[in-house]
Write a protein that binds this ligand. Structure first.
Ligand SMILES: Nc1nc2c(ncn2[C@@H]2O[C@H](COP(=O)(O)OP(=O)(O)OP(=O)(O)O)[C@@H](O)[C@H]2O)c(=O)[nH]1
Length: 309
């Protein structure tokens, strides 16, 4: 039996200069799906997506946890709290070559406020640290809490990054891919639109369908006769029983998903002409050539999936 596909959200935390950005960039590598931060209501800024054979890691940026000294600091901490409250895994970074200090202890203590997220420790910069010091650091970090996993890495030398990815993936929920593998930075408009539709579809049902839905934008058609962008998208759910939740009685929820996504798109001034999703019979999931109701499908939504054709 093959391993189930997993996908979920991870945030890297740690005091300044511990190597978070370097690590995130190394993990995302050339497979950057989204480079620009996306304004989002629940997921905050997405740094990038790591595509692996059996899963996807969506790396979410946080502005950094710190002791608030100013109102701005408090606001930033609120933002951090909203983000960390929503991720599947929090990966805390510790440099191999510096002793654990009060800053690390403060952040580690804050992680208790996010019980939903699994906690992983990442030891960074092992390339420039003698082995015995790395071993001491592993011991010291392991005494801070019961980590789900503890991984020594070097982002600059590419040491154990594959191990980190597989450890993180193993902690993610089973889920179809949440972002299309074919997405590139140039297509970030499509990503953003898909994310808006996803948010709209999850509105009010997030407990029932936490990571179970994926949205792919199939086509964008700029209407010649009107100042309109028609969006054709498919919503994928994992189980048949979830279709009804998304569609709603008589298609009512699906219709409101379309309206909400349009409203949010206008509010966020996403690039492109003003949008109106053609509602087909039931809103967001119709394609130009599709006769009949929107395709609301079960199963994996990867590029090779016949579900996408
Ligand atoms: N030798 C070595 N240096 C590293 C590694 N990772 C990061 N660095 C260096 O450590 C410094 C800090 O790295 P950043 O990635 O900016 O750290 P950060 O945690 O994102 O810092 P803030 O943005 O201040 O929170 C930089 O000079 C990096 O080049 C590594 O694996 N090995």
């Amino acid at each position: 039996m093959t391993d189930p596909h997993r996908a979920g959200f991870v945030s890297f935390v740690g005091r300044p200069n511990v190597g978070k950005s370097t690590l995130m960039n190394a993990l995302v590598g050339e497979k950057v799906a989204i480079t620009s931060p996306k304004p989002q209501t629940t997921r905050r800024a997405i740094r990038g997506v790591v595509h692996a054979a059996n899963g996807q890691l969506i790396i979410v940026d946080t502005p950094g946890i710190h002791r608030p000294r100013t109102l701005l600091g408090e606001r930033l901490n609120d933002l951090v709290a909203a983000t960390l409250g929503d991720v599947d895994v929090i990966a805390m970074c510790f440099p191999a070559d510096e002793p654990i200090g009060p800053g690390d202890r403060f952040i580690n203590a804050q992680l208790d406020d996010y019980p939903r997220a699994k906690k992983v420790a990442v030891i960074t910069k092992v390339d420039r640290t003698p082995r015995d010091r790395v071993a001491d650091q592993l011991l010291a970090v392991s005494q801070l809490r019961e980590w789900e996993s503890l991984v020594p890495t070097s982002a600059t030398d590419g040491i154990q990054l594959d191990v980190l990815v597989s450890e993180l993936l193993a902690l993610m929920p089973e889920s179809p891919p949440l972002y299309g593998e074919e997405t590139t930075t140039e297509e970030s408009r499509t990503d953003r639109i898909a994310e808006l539709i996803r948010e709209a579809a999850l509105e009010g049902v997030s407990d029932e369908l936490p990571h179970s839905i994926a949205v792919t934008v199939e086509d964008l058609v700029e209407r010649e006769d009107k100042d309109l962008l028609e969006i054709y998208a498919s919503i994928f759910v994992e189980r048949d029983s979830q279709k009804g939740i998304i569609i709603g009685g008589g298609g009512s929820r699906l219709k409101s998903v379309g309206s909400r996504a349009r409203r949010d798109r206008a509010a966020r001034r996403l690039p492109g002409v003003p949008v109106a999703a053609r509602e087909g019979r039931q809103g967001v999931a119709a394609r130009p050539e599709a006769a009949g109701p929107p395709r609301l499908l079960s199963g994996r939504a990867d590029r090779d999936s016949p579900l996408l054709r």
